[in-house]
Write a protein that binds this ligand. Structure first.
Ligand code: DAH
Length: 360
């Protein structure tokens, strides 16, 4: 009898002091499990005389029932306490303003935006996109573009060269996107209408030059492409890109080894109050180089200049981005400063299209 009372007290104390549901479960196993203390008592009933069983049976069974009841009650209390604690720690204040998700906070870099704008404009005119590698051969960057070996125009490009490889070939970081013209003419038969946006490299650094920058090249080759077409394309591009109704352009004679004749193009602007505005004023700003593709370049690319002709142009993407969006210094473009990006960047889901607006 004392045994049973002591055991009951001990087990009930253990149940009451169990800190969590797992500890209660340990007590249950120790008492009511296969080799638990109360299970052992229950087993003794089988070996008792009927009289003994009559006396002890209700005591032992009563003990088991009370312990089972205490365990169930403790488990429920602990479960409720755990739920309360969780609810308290995970409480949300539904009156707080919703935090913006990454898709709303992220920003598209102005260079990516401007490339998308350029692609939308020329895509609408029927141009395809062509790409080439940043690491280029001397042959494609210079020789095939009619820069003879030793020609001073090569020096003007401030080229980054790699160390010569096992065959003595010296690769370079392309100094312009013009090698993509050559790659396109070598790979495709005319008529050709492509633009080639991409990274370019020159050893130069100041407020408006960085060693890595971006250009977009344009190339049209067929049997009758002429400068009138080029002029129309560039005018339409400038109107769309700068989002103005009319633009005056000035074509000045210039020199590039890969075009003949070669020209530089200025667009009309005003610089009143230090701010550049397009489509008005009587000042000029240079924005690109262009010309008729040189017969030597056509020949170098396997095209017969007696049959095919065409024009090309090259434009600095960073420069027109700075002009359009009023960013005075090029260097922060490549400093990966999120404060600059959140100021000058574009919302990711506003894709530039001609119909919905380029830079809304
Ligand atoms: N590749 C020239 C440069 O980087 C730009 C250029 C001028 C490209 C005239 C052309 C062109 O395609 O016709 O300075």
């Amino acid at each position: 009898m004392t045994d049973i009372a002591t055991l009951e007290r001990d087990v009930l104390v253990a149940i009451d002091t169990a800190a969590d549901e797992a500890a209660v479960e340990d007590v249950r196993i120790a008492a009511l499990g296969k080799s638990g203390s109360i299970s052992a008592l229950l087993k003794t009933l089988g070996g008792m005389t009927p009289d003994e069983r009559k006396e002890k049976g209700p005591q032992i069974n009563g003990l088991r029932d009370r312990v089972q009841g205490a365990i169930a009650a403790r488990k429920e209390a602990l479960g409720e306490a755990a739920l309360e604690a969780r609810l308290a720690s995970e409480r949300v204040d539904v009156s707080l303003p919703v935090q913006e998700g990454p898709e709303a906070r992220g920003r598209i870099h102005p260079i990516s935006q401007v490339i998308d704008e350029i692609t939308a404009i020329f895509g609408d005119m029927g141009f395809a996109i062509a790409e080439g590698p940043d690491v280029e051969t001397d042959d494609l960057n210079f020789t095939k573009l009619n820069f003879p070996v030793g020609h001073p125009a090569r020096e003007m490009h401030d080229t980054f060269f790699f160390a010569p490889d096992a065959n003595g070939e010296r690769k370079l970081l392309r100094t312009h996107t013009s090698p993509v013209q050559v790659r396109t003419m070598l790979a495709e038969a005319p008529p050709i209408r492509v633009i080639c946006p991409g990274r370019t490299y020159r050893n130069d650094s100041d407020q408006t030059h960085t060693p890595m920058f971006h250009q977009v090249e344009g190339l049209v080759i067929d049997k009758s492409a002429h400068l009138g077409h080029l002029k129309w394309i560039l005018e339409e591009f400038c109107k769309s890109f700068f989002e103005i109704d009319d633009v005056k352009m000035r074509f000045r004679p210039s020199f590039f080894p890969f075009t003949e004749p070669s020209m530089e193009v200025d667009i009309q602007c005003s610089r009143k109050g230090g701010e550049i505005r397009f489509g008005e004023g009587d000042d000029w700003l240079e924005i690109l180089g262009c010309g008729m593709v040189h017969p030597n370049v056509l020949r170098n690319c396997g095209l017969d200049p007696e049959v095919y002709q065409g024009f090309a142009w090259g434009m600095g993407i960073d420069r027109i981005a700075m002009l359009k969006y009023g960013m005075p210094d090029l260097r922060p473009f490549f400093e990966a400063d999120v404060r600059w990006l959140s100021h000058y960047g574009f919302r990711p889901l506003d894709l530039p299209t001609l119909t919905a607006g380029l830079s809304s």
